[in-house]
Design a protein around this ligand. Sequence first.
Ligand code: B1M
Length: 228
Amino acid sequence: MAEFDFSDLSDEDLFLQMQDDLYDGLADEVVAGVQEALRRGFSAQAILDRGLVAGMEIVGVDFRDGILFVPEVLMSANAMKAGMELLRPLLTQTGAQQLGKMVIGTVKGDIHDIGKNLVAMMMEGAGLEVIDLGINVDAETFVEAVKAHRPEILGMSALLTTTMPYMKVVIDALGEEGLRESLFIMVGGAPVTESFAQEVGADAYGRDAAVSVEIAKEYLLRRQNQPT
Ligand code: B1M
């Protein structure tokens, strides 16, 4: 376990320490930092924004610049996931009635799942049942999941410029199976943009997890209020 005493730190230093520990891939320390922030009454969203996501942004920059390499980034990712696990109950707990169902996955060729997991957790928290297909999901698996679960919403995540075009492959495959029209398709991930979402024929672009939840809720409420 972490031996560092987090309780001595100011709030600002606590979050800076969390970012440092995430950068260094120290899962136990990240967990201890998150616990301390929760003890101080910070919301899950604040801990994500000021600690975990902020830390991962620094990792991303140094990864891009060749200062960090895959094994180190993997350790940071694991530390982030450990911190997120503590936030999971807060993010997924919902007093809301079941709003609808969503199938989500990271597209084929892509193994990045932190953002997708965050979106899934926050969707659950908003009252959606989420079927998470995981990473490296091919079009056939998306199609089969839509047939099996009949969700109102399908979400796709991609973090690589080389994998984001696969979103169109999935949307086309759903069209060929006659499943496209009944679905609201949302896409997201760091390289995805509003115009890319339109290009591939998605219904919405989710800039981040919070925005994605708002878009999904708005769509489901609109749908419920539509005369049948
Ligand atoms: Co990767 N990686 N990586 N990586 N990695 C990026 C994406 C990169 C931008 C880093 C860089 O160069 N700066 C770069 C991509 C460059 C590009 O394509 N233009 C890159 C690269 C190159 C690679 C490899 C090719 C490296 C290599 O092998 N040489 C390799 C590819 C592996 C593969 O997928 N085939 C690789 C591997 C890895 C690790 C395995 C080490 C690890 C992933 C671990 C894991 O996910 N379990 C990793 C990581 C951690 C990153 C960075 C550093 C962080 C990603 C992350 O988790 N961010 C990333 C740098 C960056 O993105 N700036 C990078 C935190 C997360 C909360 O944000 O995922 O953006 P994000 O999710 C947000 C929104 O985007 C949105 O909401 C989320 C929450 O707010 N969102 C959605 C995401 N999905 C959504 C779906 C929706 C809606 C919203 O649907 C409805």
